[in-house]
Write a protein that binds this ligand. Structure first.
Ligand SMILES: [Zn+2]
Length: 177
């Protein structure tokens, strides 16, 4: 396991408690102290994340800022089909495939979770964690354990009510380990 410098520093953002100390870790790329959660083992600061995205995708996409009717993150999707049938593979247009696939369904922002949904999902996360923690003890190989470890981390966050920004409850209920 790699070790990075950790420091507890006061929060600076408007939504952080005054006087409270937050765990920070040095960015694994540039070394800037970056706020992170208690169980984070390595962190990349937002600037380095952006930089690596620019490298991959060639700079900020201006068309993304004009509302294109495409969902957030469409460029990262393996396959995305625009309303007019234009097919993209990871954000790259595939002209020869135009019109060969159904346009992707774009969910509007209406998939926000209600309090009740969240409670139900948290309950499920608890159930899954119980099972996952039992299952992981039966495994012999590190490689297999890693998969469950990841699942345990994920479900732990859900149980704590930390829903990822792109959380899709339909996908969540379908998930099996
Ligand atoms: Zn950085």
């Amino acid at each position: 396991m790699e070790q990075y410098r950790v420091e507890y520093l006061p929060g600076t953002k408007w939504n952080e408690k005054k006087g409270a100390m937050y765990r920070h870790m040095e960015c694994k790329v540039c070394g800037v102290m970056t706020k992170c959660s208690e169980d984070t083992q390595a962190v990349t600061c937002s600037i380095c994340v952006q930089e690596s995205l620019y490298e991959q995708f060639g700079g900020p996409d201006v068309t993304l800022k004009k509302s294109s009717g495409r969902p957030r993150g469409w460029k990262w999707m393996a396959v995305f089909v625009d309303k007019d049938g234009t097919v993209f593979h990871r954000g790259i247009e595939q002209p020869e495939l135009k019109g060969t696939l159904e346009p992707s369904k774009v969910k509007d922002k209406g998939n926000r979770l209600t309090k009740k949904d969240k409670e139900k999902i948290k309950l499920e996360a608890g159930r899954r964690l119980y099972k996952l923690k039992k299952d992981i003890q039966k495994l012999r190989w590190k490689k297999d354990k890693k998969v469950l470890d990841k699942a345990i981390k994920y479900e732990t966050r859900i149980l704590a009510g930390k829903f990822p920004r792109k959380f899709d409850s339909e996908e969540y209920w379908k998930k099996t380990y």
